[in-house]
Design a protein around this ligand. Structure first.
Ligand code: ZN
Length: 310
């Protein structure tokens, strides 16, 4: 595979992509311009709506809320859904708010605009935002900063979060973008999502990748991949990846009870993001595997941040 590009391409990633496509087909790929309410796109049809999650129609349920395929706190103001009723929308907000908690320091640092079109504030009042002249403003820096004002380093802890809800928030996004022609193949995953007491038969986890020094992208992207029929090794039927700014998340849909989960590979491939393709950034990437099995609030993760003036 040769790629024509105006910037140096990381060949390793191109080879990885080839290997992924031997085992998976990309069934959905959506791209959303961040924080752009001007061109709204709705999935589904406005008239005769049926909620794809609870399968109810009007008047058994209502469709008054604006439902977002990818949550609004990730700066999605434009890719919306007619497939989600108000009751389900309200239920999913419980999961999305936990995902927002684990992402709080990242969204603060990357000036990701939330529902109110503001950069979220950290609990100690720390606020970082880019003004109209593209200058980064910092308010209420913590007292425990190290070093000189031109090279600030400090640690922040994400608020407590429920790992299982973070997983559910990701899977809900994946299910939201799947085309209506394929959605009935996902009824068992939807049944799992709709019941808080249902468990997954394998541990759930996500790979979180971070490109700290890259220029952030202004596109939110979500892709869903399905395993090809002739694949013999035990890998997930469905993979998904979400990326925005300098961050990406990869996970797999819950396994069906009929799947063989012995010697199971939950993350058979690392799905590349557009930032991975950029040769000069290949050493900058940091990855961590986060277990998402816990059903009660867990202590937040600690992250080190540094701000350099250039
Ligand atoms: Zn519903």
């Amino acid at each position: 595979m040769k790629i024509q590009s105006t910037y140096p391409i990381n060949d390793e990633v191109v080879n990885d992509l080839k290997k992924i496509l031997e085992e998976y087909t990309i069934i959905e790929s959506v791209e959303i311009h961040e924080n752009d309410p001007s061109k709204k796109i709705y999935l589904g049809e406005k008239d005769n709506r049926t909620c794809r999650f609870c399968q109810k129609k009007h008047p058994q349920t209502s469709f008054k809320n604006v439902s977002h395929t990818v949550p609004e706190f990730l700066s999605n103001k434009s890719l919306l859904s007619y497939y989600e009723c108000d009751v389900c929308n309200n239920y999913f907000s419980m999961f999305d708010s936990e995902f927002a908690r684990i992402l709080l320091p990242f969204n603060t640092f990357s000036s990701t605009k939330n529902k109110k079109n503001k950069t979220p504030k950290f609990n100690n009042g720390l606020e970082i935002f880019e003004d109209v002249n593209s200058i980064i403003n910092i308010k209420n820096l913590p007292d425990n900063i190290i070093g000189d004002p031109n090279n600030i380093e400090f640690e922040l802890e994400t608020p407590t979060y429920i790992p299982n809800y973070v997983y559910r928030s990701l899977i809900k996004m994946g299910i939201s973008v799947i085309g209506n022609d394929k959605i009935n193949n996902y009824r068992s995953e939807i049944a799992w999502l709709m019941s808080l007491t249902s468990d997954t038969i394998t541990e759930s986890s996500m790979i979180f990748s971070l490109f700290p020094f890259a220029r952030p992208t202004n596109k939110i992207r979500c892709i869903v991949l399905e395993r090809k029929v002739n694949v013999s090794r035990n890998i997930p039927k469905t993979l998904m990846s979400l990326s925005y700014k300098n961050f990406s998340f990869q996970t797999f849909f819950p396994l069906h009870i009929s799947e063989n989960f012995e010697t199971f590979f939950p993350h058979p491939h690392i799905l590349p993001t557009p930032l991975d393709l950029y040769e000069e950034l290949k050493d900058e990437k940091k990855m961590s595997l986060i277990n998402l099995d816990g059903k009660i609030k867990e202590k937040g993760e600690e992250f080190k941040f540094s701000i350099k003036s250039i």
